[in-house]
Design a protein around this ligand. Structure first.
Ligand SMILES: Cc1cc2nc3c(=O)[nH]c(=O)nc-3n(C[C@H](O)[C@H](O)[C@H](O)COP(=O)(O)O)c2cc1C
Length: 395
């Protein structure tokens, strides 16, 4: 009898052949991997079972994402990377829109910031814990709202992808946001069904669909037990949604106000890149503004998120919660975004790769790496807790 591991719930299954699903949590066979073959000695080169660390997770993701993403140690949207090479005319994959300059600008704008090293002073153990919309999180880094991952080389189902991100973040003491895409409908919604199944606090971000559809989805999110809901306003240019009979729209302050008052949950607007849009959202009564250019996937030629964040924070800090995402690859980057005014940050691409590589455990390793590197940044800059991170720590 061979042994198999479920990458979502870590259940061990004894069976000669690949089981159709996990007999404990129901995960699809794509999330079940051979752990040991009867009579065969263990061989680390064979990628058996659940990954042991983040590097092991990335090695597996590299194999599974062949042709789409080479899971480079530094995911920067550069022209030499396979997601961006000859990008024009190619499907977007994990890359950025058009030339990829908005994606690259996110990473460059963070790379250009330097930290001030401060090593004289009392010893302390850095405390990375904070709260997000009243929920305690062990680190101010969350999984970003992402969707459509089942279509990238078909290595994981959408439902299992959502569950892996929810579980992995939960195991690391933080939370994930979940996204929305053209094959999600109110009738068949992999994110909401995963949230219900996992019974976890999750932020659900919907595409800027028609108001009545959004209201229906918000009610479903409330029933599923979400922590907060919101809309990625920058999804209004999505042509794939329209082509699949799921039209998306620009939203006015009045539209946002209507959704804020309809929802019993905190409401978030995502995709904000200017102080003017941020102030309009605050006026509409949102609980959080998510500073983001969608990882550079919706408009070519924008500035990097770290460049626009300070001006937005200057107007909104303390009035609404501010998140930032785009190019955050390590705890050092998270530290920089917080110093520039974010209350918490999100990561998209690394979490996707981790979930594809080794399910829940991969996401857990990714989040632990953020925590570890953030702790190091805090220790070396004399920041004992998250509230002591501010502009003064930047050089
Ligand atoms: C493959 C992929 C799918 C995404 N899907 C969504 C989505 O459904 N909703 C959303 O608000 N943002 C979506 N995003 C954007 C992320 O939420 C986030 O803004 C971005 O990935 C952050 O940049 P990073 O990947 O450099 O960390 C997606 C990003 C990627 C790479």
């Amino acid at each position: 009898m061979n042994q198999w591991d479920c990458l979502i719930c870590y259940n061990k299954i004894e069976a000669d052949n690949l089981p159709a699903e996990c007999n404990s949590c129901g995960a699809n066979s794509k999330s079940i991997v051979l752990s040991s073959v009867e009579g065969e000695p263990a061989d680390p080169k064979k990628f058996r079972g659940v990954a042991q660390n983040l590097e092991d997770t990335r090695d597996r993701a590299r194999m599974k994402l062949r042709g789409l993403c080479a899971v480079y140690p530094h995911c920067d949207g550069g022209d030499d990377k396979i997601c961006q090479k000859e990008a024009y005319g190619k499907p977007i994959g994990f890359g950025g829109a058009g030339s990829g300059s908005s994606f690259a600008a996110n990473v460059k704008s963070l790379d250009n910031i330097r930290l001030k090293m401060r090593v004289v002073g009392d010893h302390f153990t850095p405390d990375t814990e904070t709260t997000f919309l009243g929920e305690k999180i062990s680190v101010p880094v969350m999984g970003a709202s992402t969707a459509g991952i089942q279509n990238y080389n078909h290595t994981i189902t959408e439902h299992d992808f959502c569950r892996a991100t929810i579980r992995g973040c939960r195991e690391a003491g933080t939370i994930t946001w979940r996204g929305d895409t053209f094959f999600y409908t109110p009738e068949d919604n992999p994110a909401l069904s995963a949230i219900e199944k996992e019974k976890s606090k999750v932020v659900q971000i919907f595409k800027p669909r028609a108001q009545d559809v959004l209201k229906q989805l918000i009610e479903m999110a409330e029933k599923a037990g979400c922590l907060a809901v919101g809309v990625d306003l920058d999804g209004c240019g999505s042509t794939i949604m329209a082509r699949n009979n799921q039209p998306v729209f620009r939203k006015s302050v009045k539209d946002i106000k209507e959704l804020v008052s309809f929802s019993s949950l905190p409401f978030i607007t995502k995709g904000i890149m200017t102080p003017e849009d941020a102030e309009d959202c605050a006026e509409a009564g949102v609980s959080a503004v998510s500073v983001s250019n969608h990882g550079g996937r919706v408009l070519d030629c924008t500035r990097g998120v770290a460049e626009v964040l300070p001006a937005i924070a200057e107007r909104l800090k303390g009035k609404v919660t501010i998140t930032a995402d785009g190019g955050v690859r390590t705890g050092y980057d998270a530290f920089k975004m917080i110093a520039l005014g974010a209350d918490a940050v999100l990561n998209g691409r690394d979490v996707i790769r981790a979930a594809v590589g080794s399910g829940s455990k991969g996401v857990f390793f990714q989040m632990e790496r953020f925590k570890q590197t953030l702790r190091q940044a805090m220790m070396m800059t004399r920041c004992p807790d998250i509230s002591s991170i501010n502009k003064k720590v930047l050089d």
